[in-house]
Design a protein around this ligand. Structure first.
Ligand SMILES: [Zn+2]
Ligand SMILES: [Zn+2]
Length: 373
């Protein structure tokens, strides 16, 4: 790193410049030389990198002090390496401070310190758990940040070096003028840095395989196919960025009594033929423990659906509950006692006779009874 220009000169500020003056000078120069405004201009790009490097040092009190004392030599190696990571991520951070937003757009996004990869798991829930909501400890067998090197992949005391091919950007551009092709840097695989002295614990990967538990809260009403995002519980970043997210897909287990359709529940109940004809009532034990009394009207037909509003599952997206649908099946007995057979035969005759004289059912009841006895 010999023959480097003085950082104060690069930014055009005096050695007594305040942090505010340094920021101001950097902002002006960075905007002027930003590669997005100088497509294909190598000179501008190298200027941009120089001013960013200078700002990175002079805006940090510790680094600035070391630089003031020892010059560039004070920053090389060890904890004071002058140029770390990815200049564009630094640039983005500064400009989100300046302007409350990013700068340049998506094309530079790839060169930032990237978030770790997302992970996906599927968690089976019983219907009770889905309706009432629950908390689960999910065990993950997944890479976790290496404790020895704190995820850098470099042996403790050393650090990853800026990739020479892409100058830390993680991507290389080819072409001139209006058409520029950008691709991940082949030397560093897009990391922006290379490791000369890898950590022994993780062989330079920055992560080790481990088992960890993540506590996940499932809200009441969650359903099959719903996906929860647990921020920051995915895979660690390999470029110094934040970890990825964990996505939990819900798989609903079948329930012996209730079937779920959206926020509605369906249950099938079988009643006797006399209960269907004469009317009856039944008690349905709802999930959560409460009972609901359902009345069966006289003359209920097989397949009748009795709908009870508000007794389905809670809506995961807000207030309100679905309905409970009770599908009525009528039991036809397969075996009959002698007495039951007799009564049914009587009934058959009664019903066939009643077809023509519906109004006189009760009057004729006694007569017909006598006939068949
Ligand atoms: Zn390690
Ligand atoms: Zn590279």
């Amino acid at each position: 790193m010999s023959g480097k220009q003085d950082y104060y000169d690069v930014l055009g500020v005096g050695r007594e410049a305040s942090t505010g003056e340094i920021r101001k000078a950097y902002k002006k120069l960075a905007l002027q030389f930003h590669p997005d405004r100088n497509q294909g201009d190598d000179e501008a790009e190298s200027q941009f990198k120089s001013v960013t490097e200078a700002y990175q040092v002079l805006s940090d009190d510790q680094k600035r002090q070391r630089y003031d004392q020892f010059g560039h030599a004070g920053l090389e190696g060890g904890a004071g390496a002058g140029f770390q990571g990815d200049i564009f991520s630094h640039f983005q951070d500064i400009f989100s401070d300046f302007f409350g937003g990013g700068f340049g757009g998506g094309s530079r996004q790839a060169s930032r310190a990237r978030r770790g990869r997302d992970m996906g798991v599927t968690q089976a829930l019983s219907l009770e758990e889905a309706i009432l909501g629950c908390k689960k400890e999910i065990e993950l067998h997944a890479p976790t940040q290496c404790e020895t090197c704190e995820g850098s992949g470099a042996k403790p005391g050393s650090r990853p070096k800026r990739c020479a091919t892409c100058a830390g950007a993680g991507q290389v551009s080819t072409g001139r003028g209006f058409v520029v092709f950008t691709q991940p840097c082949p030397s560093c695989g897009g990391e922006g840095s290379v490791i000369d002295d890898p950590c022994h614990t993780c062989d330079g990967a920055g992560w080790t395989e481990a088992t960890r538990k993540v506590s996940v809260t499932f809200p009441p009403g969650i359903d099959q196919g719903h996906r929860l995002r647990v921020a920051g519980q995915g895979l660690p970043s390999t470029s110094g960025g934040p970890p990825g997210h964990l996505y939990v897909d819900v798989a609903l287990e079948a329930h012996p009594i209730f079937e779920r359709q959206g926020d509605d529940l369906i249950t099938r109940r079988t009643i006797s033929y006399p209960a269907a004809a004469l009317g009856d009532s039944m008690t349905i034990e709802l999930i959560g423990g409460s009972d609901h009394e359902v009345s069966i009207e006289a003359g209920t037909q097989p397949g009748t659906i009795i709908t009870i509003a508000g007794k389905g599952t809670p809506s995961v997206n807000g207030p309100g509950r679905g309905a409970l649908h009770v599908v009525i099946q009528v039991d036809v007995p397969r075996e009959l006692s002698r007495e039951a057979r007799r009564i049914l035969k009587t009934l058959r005759e009664e019903l066939s006779g009643a077809d023509e004289n519906e109004d006189e059912d009760e009057d004729e009841d006694g007569k017909k009874h006598v006939k068949t006895a």
